[in-house]
Design a protein around this ligand. Structure first.
Ligand SMILES: C[N+](C)(C)CCCC[C@H](N)C(=O)O
Ligand SMILES: O=C(O)CCC(=O)C(=O)O
Ligand SMILES: [Fe+2]
Length: 408
């Protein structure tokens, strides 16, 4: 047990007895700091701090750098005032003390830093590691249908925080969400978008509006089927969210296909982790070359198919568009074939019929798609079909969600 370990150069402890703290943690009661036992030990360049059942290793420079005292941190702006470059990289605390809730460090120049133990738990690497950044429910068609995720009514979405919060919660969990009873116009769709975000203007405009008139040099502007893909893979930062609102369709076909890319990637990770690993390491180019009418564009975006946070391996972005994938020239020959195998494994998962959610977009029902997670496609169609929508900047959607108290 921790408190019985020997050979501590310098050590201390505080708090009540172990059994209670262990029981409290087992119940997940992180909010009862006084019941959590804490112990610490100084090492050459860091402080080892055990709090509850988390063992944190806190670098001395990090501890000095994150000091929340009034001279080091401006609590009004939530910005650091301390000049990190002025910290001696060989700094060591002169004195360390811990009481039931706080760690006190005295530095060689006499400056005192205080950290709440709960704050450390929330902000240390070890505390973060156990936590996912984005809680999600991965789905196939059956899981999504069973969940019976409700669409939010347009008025409640626009006029109440509860409506908006419910919508965003579903969007964060599933990567798709619908708003119902929207007036079928571009202007009304724009009002929806602006409720949650800043619209990301791109080469397609701010609010786009398209039919199968091939007014732009892309298959989207035809009646052809489009296999599952994410959009704007050829941007250095692909668009975060895509809004679709079908304003009119007089004809057949044209259903929308949705596939949870993270669910597929998770299956690849489970079945063949080496494929997942390769897809997350090999950078590729995607490209948009357009020369139709007056439109001339050449966009290039570089990045792996699967993008994971390096510290916890959590997937946060999938770039998957076989139409727009450029010549592979960023990979040496011995990796190329392995990459194709990995890409095939992911494609196999993405194409499993049980993973396909088909919906027919109708005037009045707007669809929001997390373009970093959920792939979309469409069935070929006949007749006149008019779709409007826009892209949203991801940071602003997440900002709105956080302001409503959601984890995003
Ligand atoms: C949505 N909107 C019709 C405006 C653009 C379509 C972009 C199509 C492109 N191949 C891509 O996947 O990014
Ligand atoms: O026509 C559709 O339903 C979608 C086309 C598409 O993939 C897009 O506009 O990004
Ligand atoms: Fe698309």
């Amino acid at each position: 047990m921790w408190c019985q370990r020997l050979a501590w150069l310098l050590r201390g402890s505080c708090g009540r007895r172990w059994p209670r703290s262990v029981a409290a943690l087992a119940r997940g009661h992180h909010t009862a700091p006084r019941s959590l036992r804490c112990a610490w030990q100084l090492h050459g360049d860091h402080l080892e701090l055990r709090y509850g059942n988390t063992l944190m290793r806190l670098d001395f420079v990090w501890l000095r750098d994150h000091c929340r005292s009034a001279s080091c941190y401006n609590a009004k702006t939530n910005q650091r005032s301390l000049d990190t470059a002025s910290v001696d990289l060989a700094i060591r605390p002169q004195a360390v003390r811990v009481d039931e809730s706080t760690l006190f460090l005295t530095w060689p120049d006499g400056h005192v830093t205080r950290y709440g133990l709960e704050w450390l738990l929330k902000n240390s690497y070890e505390g973060q590691k156990k936590q996912v950044m984005h809680p999600r429910i991965l789905w196939n068609a059956e899981i999504y249908r069973q969940a019976q995720v409700p669409s939010v009514d347009c008025r409640s979405f626009l006029e109440t925080d509860e409506g908006l919060k419910e919508f965003l919660q579903n969007f964060l969990l599933y990567g798709i969400a619908f708003v119902e009873n929207v007036a079928p116009t571009k202007e009304d769709t724009e009002i929806l978008a602006e409720r949650i975000s800043i619209i990301r203007e791109t080469i397609y405009g701010r609010m786009w509006y398209f039919t199968s008139d091939f007014s732009r040099g892309d298959t989207a502007y035809t009646k052809l089927a489009l296999d599952r893909h994410t959009d704007t893979t050829y941007f250095q930062e692909p668009c975060g969210i895509q809004v679709f609102h079908c304003l009119k369709h007089e004809g057949t076909g044209g259903r929308t296909l949705l596939v949870d890319g993270f669910h597929a990637a998770e299956q690849v990770l489970r079945r063949a982790p080496e494929h997942f690993e390769l897809l997350s390491r090999v950078p590729l180019k995607h490209e948009y070359v357009e020369n139709v009418g007056g439109c001339h564009n050449h966009m290039i975006g570089v990045g792996p198919v699967l993008n994971v946070y390096p510290w916890n391996n959590e997937l946060y972005l999938i770039r998957y568009n076989n139409y727009d994938r450029a010549v592979i020239n960023t990979v040496p020959h011995d990796v190329v074939r392995r990459w194709y195998h990995a890409h095939r494994a992911l494609t196999t998962e993405l194409r499993r019929p049980e993973n396909e959610l088909w919906v027919k977009l109708k005037p009045g029902k707007a669809l929001f798609v997390d373009n970093w997670r959920v792939l979309h496609g469409r069935e070929a169609f006949t007749g006149y079909r008019q779709l409007c929508g826009c892209y949203l900047t991801r940071d602003d959607v997440l900002n709105t969600a956080r302001l409503l108290g959601l984890q995003a």
